[in-house]
Design a protein around this ligand. Structure first.
Ligand SMILES: Nc1ncnc2c1ncn2[C@@H]1O[C@H](COP(=O)(O)OP(=O)(O)OP(=O)(O)O)[C@@H](O)[C@H]1O
Ligand SMILES: [Mg+2]
Length: 495
């Protein structure tokens, strides 16, 4: 069975307390019994002494007539059950129960006679049970007694039946009520212990666990409330600091990633533009090359001055070099286009918008998706279409100063697929709308925009059998509409 830290602590502390209390009660009980035994002994001795003093007085002053009365006085004590005086044979001479007089002690009590007879010159205190004593004390023949009792050592025996059950049961009652009180205290202590462990250990641990789970789920803005100044408070503070650092790093990574995406886009386009340029120059240099060769041939045929041919050959040499440079560029820029695949537009739009999660949150921009219920499939290259959407969403975000809405919608339209990205940002002037797809057109600050975004978008859409249009109103917002042709791929793809 798996026990929580709280239960383990609780069980350990509780068992420790119970163990300590049991030890205390054990020794308290041992001591109480020892004290009771010592008190019983003292009581017996003092009663005997009292009787002996009383007996001397009775014998000397009333010649033994009041011995019975003296026994009655002794027996009045609640601990003394019976008091008797025996002779040396064990006959009861005096007893508080007059019917016993003349009988033998063995007959009137159930005491094992072998243990007490013959009476010797000593006191016998026999314990009959936990609280009952059978006592025999020799009554010695003192000097003042010898006037009547001659030549004897012992004149008789005082015999007492003493019962301390009352005192024992009182002590047991006190002991039991003490136990009950302790049990009540223990239960109260258990509740207190539970409460202390819960508030000092379990509840702070639960808060930290919850915090860790939230971070695990990606809720990096979750913080544990710091309510205490102790070690737990310090742990909570460090947790919050750690979450803060993770959040900062995540934002930094996202920003870098985002910036990287934009840079890659631009580098690819510049590469493409350069190779196009090289291709064109190559075409013209080929024409130039053949024309110059023709002129050199013509100069030779027409015997033109030597200087003409030399100059033309030098121009030809430069043309060859120029062609070598452009061919080199073309050789390095040959790319291996990725094949087209079926793309789920709704999924791609969703995952692309996800990239902007933290930027959107920071600028308080709400993204609304309005998608037709059916699957919207197009043929194309997913990485290129992702670049298109990244550029359009980036522009929409840039156009909203703070707080705004971007609506991303997708639907089927006459067999074609339509995607719209609409924002309520600053909009574009009528004059600028005509220029936005041109390379290097930007209204953004130097370093912020290169003006290649929409140029790239247009080219990529053409490659993916789609077109784009822009409608905008200054101060109201902008909407870009993309139409994907009903293109089903090449004949090989369809097979
Ligand atoms: N949604 C829009 N709202 C307002 N203006 C826009 C929007 N989209 C584009 N523009 C305008 O079109 C211009 C060209 O956009 P484009 O994406 O080609 O370049 P850019 O955003 O300026 O720079 P970058 O090369 O970094 O994308 C922008 O500078 C901006 O003036
Ligand atoms: Mg842009």
């Amino acid at each position: 069975m798996k026990l929580s830290v709280q239960k383990k602590l609780f069980l350990f502390s509780f068992l420790l307390i119970v163990f300590l209390m049991a030890i205390y009660f054990y020794f308290a009980n041992v001591k109480m019994r020892k004290d009771l035994r010592a008190n019983s002994r003292e009581f017996i001795e003092s009663t005997e002494e009292l009787f002996k003093v009383g007996l001397s007085n009775v014998m000397l002053h009333s010649n033994g007539k009041d011995v019975g009365g003296l026994l009655q006085i002794i027996a009045k004590n609640k601990n003394v059950e019976t008091a008797r005086i025996l002779n040396e044979t064990g006959r009861v001479d005096y007893s508080v129960k007059s019917e016993e007089e003349g009988e033998n002690i063995v007959k009137v009590t159930n005491v094992d006679s072998a243990k007490i007879f013959p009476f010797v010159n000593r006191e016998i205190v026999k314990k009959l049970s936990e609280a009952k004593y059978f006592v025999i004390e020799p009554l010695r023949n003192k000097a003042e007694c010898q006037r009547c009792h001659k030549n004897k050592d012992i004149n008789g025996y005082l015999q007492l039946d003493v019962n301390f059950s009352g005192s024992y049961s009182n002590a047991a009652k006190i002991y039991t009520s003490f136990l009950v009180a302790m049990a009540v205290i223990l239960i109260a202590f258990a509740f207190l212990l539970h409460f202390i462990i819960r508030s000092l250990v379990t509840s702070p641990l639960e808060k930290i666990t919850k915090g860790l789970k939230e971070i695990e789920k990606g809720h990096l803005d979750y913080r544990i409330p710091v309510e205490r100044d102790d070690e737990i408070g310090v742990v909570n503070k460090h947790f919050n600091k750690m979450a803060e650092e993770i959040l900062k790093s995540q934002k930094k990574i996202e920003e870098l990633h985002f910036e990287r995406l934009r840079q890659i886009d631009k580098l690819v386009t510049i590469g493409e533009m350069t190779s196009e340029l090289a291709h064109e120059i190559n075409n013209y240099s080929a024409i130039l090359h053949s024309r110059i060769e023709f002129l050199i041939e013509k100069a030779r045929r027409e015997n033109l001055p030597e200087g003409y041919s030399r100059e033309l050959e030098s121009v030809l040499e430069q043309t060859v070099k120029m062609a070598a440079v452009t061919k080199d560029i073309l050789k390095h820029s040959k790319s291996n286009p990725t094949p087209e695949v079926k793309i789920n537009l709704k999924e791609l739009l969703n995952s692309t918008a996800e990239i902007f999660k933290s930027v959107l949150k920071k600028k308080k921009i709400n993204v609304v998706f309005k998608f037709a219920p059916e699957d919207l499939m197009v043929n194309g290259r997913s990485s290129e279409l992702e670049q298109v959407f990244i550029n359009l969403i980036t522009n929409a975000i840039d156009a909203i100063k703070e707080e705004g809405e971007i609506i991303i919608s997708a639907r089927s339209l006459n067999g074609k697929k339509e995607v719209q990205i609409k924002d309520n940002g600053k909009g574009i002037t009528e004059e600028d709308v005509a220029k936005i797809f041109l390379p290097f057109f930007t209204t953004k600050k130097i370093g912020k925009g290169s003006g290649l975004g929409l140029y790239i978008v247009k080219r990529l859409l053409q490659k993916n059998h789609a077109s784009i249009e822009c409608a905008s109103k200054e101060g109201i917002g902008t909407v870009f509409t993309i139409i994907f042709e009903d293109y089903r791929g090449s004949s090989e793809q369809r097979q």
